[in-house]
Design a protein around this ligand. Structure first.
Ligand code: HEM
Length: 501
């Protein structure tokens, strides 16, 4: 009779061979790529820690700036140095222009009818064009400046109000989060959205970025998709999407009830424009409800947490670096000419504030691994053959710490950007917090103005310090795990109204 242990092992061994067959046996050259030793079946999954960009950085120190990981059945190429990223984008941007399939991305994009998670192709191109034209173009961003001015006034009121209560300590993280949620939902969904709905939206948006870390067996082991049903992950995702569906239904129902003219101002918002475009035959393609949902959800998910995380890091670094805060405030005083508030027209004169923000996003890019891509066909990188359907992860977080490009990268020194043309617009491969190539973030200008105007006024109107008994050394600078890298510790500060002049 057969040994019972051997008998029990048969299904596991067969499954392993099945997986190898599914992987279509890795081509010879690809095997030569530096790769950490892996375990059968799970590959390198066990080597990934909770903060992915940090564990990939650590692995790259041992295995090199171009390494191949096997995440279950998924071949994943990790690029940790700007020179190789430049080679990939310059020679193979088109090859890597698509996003990989994943259960969460599929659901959040309403079946890839969006921009961020869509497959490369005509639909993605049309959606990106719509977002750029009707929400994110510099002209459109400018046209929403009075909405932002109202939200900034509200932000300042909230700070003053919170500070007047208790011991004057406020949770700035929460206030910043609600400011960014308000600005972005107002531009995307209109101003009818109630306080409760905004809270729900912000909660759902945070949960979305956490969802990316929810392990779906289907993504790494397609044959084990039944385990997702068994573990309840499938049901959890469906229930989660039901919340968004309900919200969209209500928004669509409310659309049209709100007047286009509010207090004499044009009250156009993104989803309203999209709903109107549905009836526009000159559009050249049919804009489905799923397109509208996918596109709107993108703006919320891709826009809110990234912008909020950056603003929160900015205030954190200002408090950690009082001499930098002083320089920002000095510049603001000069530019404000005694006015109570900084208006957007003055932002162009705030050159120190701008280099300060660059320094923050060099060290704390809110999307540290950009968004994953996948090869549409076989290609060559650094002389290696990279097969079709290889996933690509670019560690932009590591680039900001690369000693070959940055002098004393661990130091916080905004002045490094003075007399330098280095920018985050995708031309300087060692500074790509917004990504590069065809898939670059279209929301750069929008997020920057939302951040700059808030910072300028928070700094112009208040002096900031840490609560009594807390020192800079007590500030934990570690980030949350998840696709968006916000600071884990909430920022609690004491604001004191500053004297203008
Ligand atoms: C500080 C704020 C932001 C940061 C750091 C950021 C960063 C990024 C990054 C790294 C990517 C991936 C690029 C790539 O794959 O190469 C991306 C994509 C994207 N972002 Fe942003 N983003 C920010 C704000 C926004 C805002 C405000 C919006 C819209 C309201 C937005 C919409 C998008 C969209 C739609 C994509 C997908 C582009 C595509 O796949 O073609 N982002 N962003």
């Amino acid at each position: 009779m057969m040994n019972p242990i051997l008998l029990a092992a048969i299904p596991i061994i067969s499954y392993f061979f099945l997986l190898l067959a599914r992987m279509k046996v890795i081509p010879q050259n690809a095997v030569l790529l530096p790769s950490p030793p892996r375990l059968p079946i799970i590959g390198n999954l066990h080597q990934l820690g909770s903060i992915l960009h940090r564990s990939l950085y650590k692995l790259s120190k041992q295995h090199g700036p171009l390494m191949l990981l096997h995440l279950g059945t998924v071949r994943t190429l990790v690029v940790s140095c700007p020179k190789i990223a430049e080679e990939v984008i310059r020679n193979n941007d088109l090859v890597f222009a698509t996003r990989p399939k994943s259960k969460v991305m599929g659901a959040l994009s309403y079946n890839k009818n969006d921009i961020a998670f869509a497959q490369y192709g005509e639909s993605w191109r049309q959606m990106k064009k719509l977002a750029k034209t009707h929400l994110l173009s510099s002209q459109r961003v400018k046209s929403m400046s009075s909405d932002r001015a109202e939200e900034v006034s509200l932000l300042l009121e909230k700070v003053a109000d919170a500070a007047s209560r208790g011991n004057g300590v406020i949770c700035l993280t929460e206030i910043l989060n609600s400011y960014v949620t308000n600005v972005i939902t107002r531009a995307v969904l209109g101003s009818w959205v109630t306080k409760e709905k905004k809270k729900l939206l912000s909660k759902l948006s945070h949960e979305s970025s956490a969802l990316f870390y929810e392990v779906f067996f289907e993504d790494f082991f397609p044959n084990l998709n039944w385990l997702d049903v068994l573990r309840g992950s499938d049901r959890k995702l469906k229930n989660y999407m039901k919340n968004w569906d309900a919200l969209f239904e209500e928004i669509i129902k409310n659309h049209g009830r709100e007047s286009k003219e509010v207090n004499g101002k044009n009250n156009t918002y993104f989803i309203g424009t999209l709903l109107e475009l549905q009836n526009d035959s000159s559009l050249g393609f049919f804009l489905t409800n799923d397109h509208i949902r996918g596109l709107t959800l993108d703006m919320i998910i891709a826009g809110i947490d990234t912008t909020f995380a950056t603003l929160d890091w900015c205030m954190t670094e200002l408090v950690r670096n009082p001499e930098v805060m002083k320089k920002v405030k000095d510049e603001l005083r000069k530019v404000a000419h005694g006015e109570d508030m900084i208006i957007e027209e003055l932002l162009g004169q705030l050159s120190y504030l701008k280099v300060f923000i660059k320094e923050v996003i060099r060290l704390h890019p809110s999307s540290p691994l950009l968004l994953p891509r996948e090869s549409l066909e076989e290609c060559q990188i650094q002389g290696y053959n990279i097969p079709k359907q290889t996933r690509l992860v670019i560690n932009a977080w590591a680039f900001g710490r690369d000693k070959s490009y940055w002098e004393a990268p661990e130091q916080f020194k905004p002045e490094r950007f003075f007399d330098s043309n280095v920018d985050y617009k995708g031309k300087d491969f060692y500074f790509i917090p917004f990504g590069v190539g065809r898939r670059i973030c279209p929301g750069m200008d929008f997020s920057m103005v939302v951040i700059e105007i808030a910072l300028a006024n928070l700094l112009h109107c208040f002096d900031w310090s840490l609560p009594r008994g807390i020192t800079v050394e007590d500030m934990d600078m570690i980030e949350c795990g998840g696709v968006i890298s916000s600071r884990k510790q909430k920022l609690e500060l004491v604001p004191i109204a500053s004297k203008v002049n």
